[in-house]
Write a protein that binds this ligand. Structure first.
Ligand code: AHN
Ligand code: ZN
Length: 331
């Protein structure tokens, strides 16, 4: 049924693009090749992405081993199940830095499993158990909503999953929502143990959903929804996947988003993409909001109780979503 629907969509797109080419000829206009191709790129609905963020927040902070986390995980899996051709749920237990054993669930949607050529898109779906950068010390062990830090990337990717279900891509696409990215060591522990972060992606990188899994490249979205967001060329992305950074930033520029996708080098961030690069050898970039004016280098509300829906701006979601959709449908 899904295949028939996709084929119908393809025919419809072909008819539409023929129609517009004729219109251009009739009016005597010389329609450039690029704008004909542009017509075939589906529209990213940023309002829909915003609604997906609100829904994630409605469960409460998505901290591993809590009821809100279980319920949010079930909802995300059911959404992915309606959009993807194949759903994989990867459940495991991992040991966190504080000794807690976390029940984690990576949620994986596969689009066009028939295709050998694939790309990987990912974000983390958990939220941080402690607001350790909150200006009020009373909040330093309070879980956060993670509207931008977590939910924004997932919201954009759920909207992209919806688009993929209605517009068959020319390449296989895998969307992974990683768990337990943000359970990293508390700031007040006074030591930086980098492997305490990104536990879900570390698990997946060592145990991919298919043993022989490979993708040509990957894109991680982290903190992609705040007002005034700026995305610099992140260090490990440039180390492992410089051509992908250039390709994505170039598409963003052509779409008019150069005020967000800056041609400047940012810092090196240990994040889910680090383990995909180093353990699975899939060149993967991180589109992540970096801000030099804050003490930690991220958006001002990072790891505070103020990372709520109020920090989210539709135009940021649109810029990132449009860019990734264009990357997918240019393949
Ligand atoms: C480190 O602070 C080592 N990594 C930050 C990765 C992160 C946290 N992304 C979102 N929250
Ligand atoms: Zn975080």
């Amino acid at each position: 049924m899904l295949k028939i629907y996709s084929l119908f969509g393809l025919i419809l797109i072909t008819l539409l693009s023929c129609g517009s080419r004729q219109a251009g000829t009739e009016s005597g206009k010389d329609t450039p090749e690029s704008s004909i191709r542009q017509l075939n790129i589906p529209e990213f609905n940023a309002d829909s992405a915003y609604t997906f963020i609100e829904k994630q927040l409605s469960f409460g902070p998505r901290v591993p081993n809590t009821q809100a986390h279980r319920e949010a995980g079930q909802w995300l899996a059911s959404m992915m199940d309606t959009y993807a051709d194949t759903l994989y749920l990867q459940q495991s237990r991992v040991r966190a830095w504080d000794g807690n054993i976390l029940n984690i669930k990576n949620i994986i949607g596969v689009f066009r499993p028939d295709m050998q050529r694939r790309i990987l898109l990912c974000a983390h779906w958990d939220s941080r158990p402690f607001a350790d950068y909150d200006p009020d010390p009373a909040n330093h062990y309070t879980p956060i909503d993670g509207a931008n830090d977590g939910a924004s990337g997932v919201g954009v990717l759920l909207e992209i999953a919806r688009i993929l279900s209605e517009n068959e891509p020319g390449i296989g696409v895998d969307i992974i929502f990683f768990d337990a990215e943000d359970y990293g060591i508390h700031r007040l522990e006074g030591r930086s143990d980098e492997d305490t972060w990104a536990l879900g992606s570390q698990y997946w990188a060592r145990n991919p959903h298919r043993p022989d899994y490979f993708a040509r490249y990957g894109i991680l979205l982290d903190m992609v929804g705040a007002s005034g967001a700026t995305f610099k060329r992140e260090g490990y992305s440039m180390m492992y996947a410089p051509n992908i950074v250039r390709q994505v930033w170039d598409i963003a520029r052509r779409l008019g988003h150069s005020h967000m996708f800056l041609n400047r080098d940012g810092g090196y961030i240990i994040d889910d993409h680090y383990y995909i690069n180093t353990i699975r050898n899939i060149p993967t970039i991180n589109i992540i909001h970096q801000d030099e004016s804050t003490p930690h280098g991220f958006f001002p509300e990072w790891h505070t109780t103020d990372d709520t829906i109020d920090v989210i701006e539709i135009s940021t979601l649109r810029a990132v979503g449009e860019t990734v959709v264009n990357v997918i449908y240019s393949e």
